[in-house]
Design a protein around this ligand. Structure first.
Ligand code: PMP
Length: 295
């Protein structure tokens, strides 16, 4: 394993210990930027095209001009990964508004910056998380769709950070966040799926959630496996009565939820449907047809 992976910054490959961005970068000063988290399994970059599509959608929503087109961006990502030589790793792709002055106006930032970090990381809640995690329903809500909504994968994660701090204070692993109407939205860095009556229920994209690539993959896979899948609003009551609940995302993979607000979910964690999906997901995510091979 290499000790110091390279980081791509604006066309250069720099050892991670020396990789730096300017203190005048508006990504740092104002959270003015976007990102993607992407996993590589067995030398296959999982759903790379879907991540690139979402990145360019986030950029459009922020009026951010990415200095590379999608083909150039894909080349830069694959080259970074090849130089590091990992078969299993994680990519953090950032596009910031770039260097400006101390004022907030993006007009002062002539060129966006592209950063590609590629390291090996554990799942969000560690490898043990397959046995289930404890959660609370946070008191903080997701923002409305017409504000700094999580539909844009921006560098502004304060809403999720505050929910995480609440989970920390309560001594649990993660927080489930409601939307402005009081329906279940998602967790801090993953989306949520609940099971009742043998069917999968997932909050819809209109519930102020990120259009998660893992969520789409898992719901399509479940449908493929013969489960009924409903993307419908979910009340906190329905969530608490569910037989199984799991979180899904690039960092969280599939994480079963063992408890919510101190009450156990279902009879056993992971429940049988979650376990079935977990096994299939671990198999299918390495399939070259679900991603882009590095080589
Ligand atoms: N929701 C939020 C708020 C997230 O930050 C993420 C991933 N970073 C997800 C859901 C999961 O999305 P994906 O499956 O595309 O990683």
């Amino acid at each position: 394993m290499i000790k110091d992976p390279v980081v791509y910054i604006d066309g250069e490959f720099i050892p991670s210990q020396e990789a730096k961005i300017s203190v005048f970068d508006h990504g740092l000063l104002y959270g003015d930027g976007i990102f993607e988290g992407i996993r590589i399994y067995d030398g296959v970059v999982f759903k790379l095209d879907a991540h690139l599509d979402r990145l360019y959608q986030s950029a459009k929503a922020m009026w951010l001009t990415i200095p590379l087109n999608k083909v150039e961006m894909k080349d830069a990502i694959l080259e970074t990964v090849r130089r590091n030589g990992y078969q299993d790793s994680y990519i953090r792709l950032l596009v910031t508004r770039g260097k400006g002055d101390l004022g907030m106006n993006p007009k002062k930032c002539p060129k966006a910056s592209v950063v590609i970090i590629n390291i090996q990381v554990e799942p969000m809640h560690g490898h043990g998380s397959k046995n289930g995690i404890s959660t609370i329903i946070a008191s903080i809500r997701r923002q409305t769709p017409d504000s700094t909504s999580h539909e844009i994968k921006s560098l502004n994660y304060l809403n999720s950070v505050l929910a995480t701090l609440e989970a920390n204070r309560q001594g649990v692993d993660d927080a489930i966040i409601l939307d402005q109407r009081g329906f279940v939205a998602e967790a801090t860095g993953t989306t949520l799926v609940a099971v009742w009556d043998g069917m999968l229920h997932a909050p819809p994209l209109t519930a102020s959630i990120l259009n998660s690539i893992t969520r789409r993959f898992v719901l399509d896979m479940a449908h493929d496996l013969g489960y009924q899948v409903h993307e419908t609003d979910m009340t906190p009551f329905q969530l608490l009565m569910a037989q199984e609940v799991f979180l899904c995302g690039t960092m969280g993979e599939i994480t079963p939820v063992q408890s919510i607000n101190g009450q156990q979910v279902g009879a056993k964690t992971p429940g049988p449907i979650t376990q079935h999906l977990l096994t299939e997901y671990e198999k299918r995510r390495k399939d070259p047809k679900n991603g882009t091979p590095i080589a």
